[in-house]
Design a protein around this ligand. Structure first.
Ligand SMILES: *Cc1c(COP(=O)(O)O)cnc(C)c1O
Length: 393
């Protein structure tokens, strides 16, 4: 297909997919591919999942949209499930939180930043994030993204964002002056290369945030909803954030995001403070409701732990793999780099030509985010394809 009419910010796509089922995709020529990426950690339940398809099709035939001027009958159920899952970890008992729906990850981040600023009050507006982080592409989410090279072409960006090295509690403490409203972290940096924050660091961050009255925002857009082996990745460190952002996996491909906040934090938003025409509409919540129901039915975190452990073990044994990192089904594969070795992006392209969808997330590492519905045979087949590609040298 010609991409000539598109603004060229994604380069030339190598393949046109026309159909999917579970962990498999098919292109225009009828070639089959194994999907170990899930549209960037989105389609965790696999493509064309029957329950999600039925929910979206049924809702589309019933009521798609009414605006936030009116209630809809799906909101309460989705809010209750999200709140229960977000508070299901060791640090998470206590009062029920509140949810505000969004249409995407970047919008959830924007809402989280606005909520933190409103809660903390005028003058206390800075948000501290980690170098190497990724929080989205809108101007404020881009400013929050700790990759200064991505900022330059778009200056001036919104003010009030500062960055600290990841996993360095002293650097964070030194940055926490009275202008700081919140610290926002990904428990595992996804776009940054699948780089985990340590459990000790997350616990120390929670402690210093409490000491200074600073809010802790967990950006779980990529790590949330079971992918890393717990409902939310922060739960593995036993801390409970004040605000949590969710998107990618929530609609299994239907665009829907959310921001959750503790009740006292959420209380800062009053009517008129924030809004969105589409967010929380019946069609999006029908998708989210079906996805959450299905993720709970299969115990997605347990599936991610089991498949993730097996996949990490198999990947680690492949010639040309220097190491494996991540958690559950969010995996970074560091490639050994003998002289003349190809860039990880070239390896990803070679995998695609061999029928395996993965992503070169850094020059030396692949990112894998396969679906919960991956069979043991598909897991083996994917590892065999990667092994063959790396063997070609
Ligand atoms: C993908 C991602 C975002 C942005 O989400 P979009 O839906 O692309 O706007 C924000 N934060 C994290 C951690 C992400 O992985």
């Amino acid at each position: 297909m010609s991409q000539a009419a598109l603004i060229n910010n994604y380069g030339t796509p190598p393949v046109t997919f026309v159909r999917g089922a579970g962990a498999e995709l098919w292109d225009e020529q009828g070639r089959r591919y194994l999907d170990f990426l899930c549209g960037l950690a989105v389609t965790g339940l696999g493509h064309a999942h029957p329950a999600v398809t039925a929910a979206v099709a049924g809702q589309a035939a019933t009521l798609i949209h009414t605006s936030n001027l009116f209630a809809n009958d799906l909101t309460a159920g989705v809010v209750a499930t999200l709140d229960r899952l977000i508070r299901s970890g060791p640090g998470g008992d206590g009062e029920a939180g509140r949810v505000l729906f969004q249409n995407s990850g970047a919008e959830a981040v924007e809402a989280a930043i606005k909520l933190a600023r409103k809660h903390q009050g005028y003058g206390r507006h800075d948000v501290i994030t980690a170098y190497g982080s990724f929080h989205g592409r809108t101007l404020a989410a881009l400013a929050a993204t700790g990759q200064p090279e991505k900022h330059e072409p778009f200056q001036p960006l919104p003010q009030g964002f500062r960055y600290v090295p990841n996993n360095d509690i002293e650097a964070l403490e030194a940055a926490l002056d009275p202008s700081v409203a919140a610290v926002m972290l990904e428990p595992i940096q996804g776009e940054g290369g699948v780089i985990p924050a340590t459990i000790e660091y997350l616990q120390a961050v929670r402690r210093v945030c409490d000491e200074r009255g600073v809010l802790l925002i967990a950006d779980e857009i990529q790590t949330g909803l079971g992918r890393t082996g717990s409902w939310f990745c922060f739960q593995q460190s036993g801390v409970q954030p004040d605000i949590v952002t969710v998107a990618k996996g929530l609609g299994n491909g239907f665009p829907v995001g959310a921001v959750w906040a503790r009740a006292d934090t959420a209380a800062a938003f009053l009517p008129g403070d924030h809004g969105s025409t589409f967010a929380g509409q019946p069609l999006a919540l029908a998708a989210a409701s079906a996805v959450l129901g299905e993720l709970e039915a299969i115990d997605a975190p347990a599936v991610a732990r089991r498949l993730g452990a097996e996949l990490q073990r198999r990947l680690d044994a492949i010639d040309g793999v220097a190491g494996v990192r991540g958690s559950g089904l969010l995996i970074g594969v560091e490639l050994s780099q003998p002289n003349g070795a190809r860039d990880a992006r070239d390896i990803a392209s070679a995998c695609l030509r061999s029928g395996l969808v993965v992503n070169g997330v850094t020059p030396t590492a692949l990112r894998l985010a396969p679906p919960f519905v991956l069979s043991d045979e598909q897991l083996s087949e994917g590892c065999d394809i990667l092994a063959a590609v790396l063997k070609e040298g």
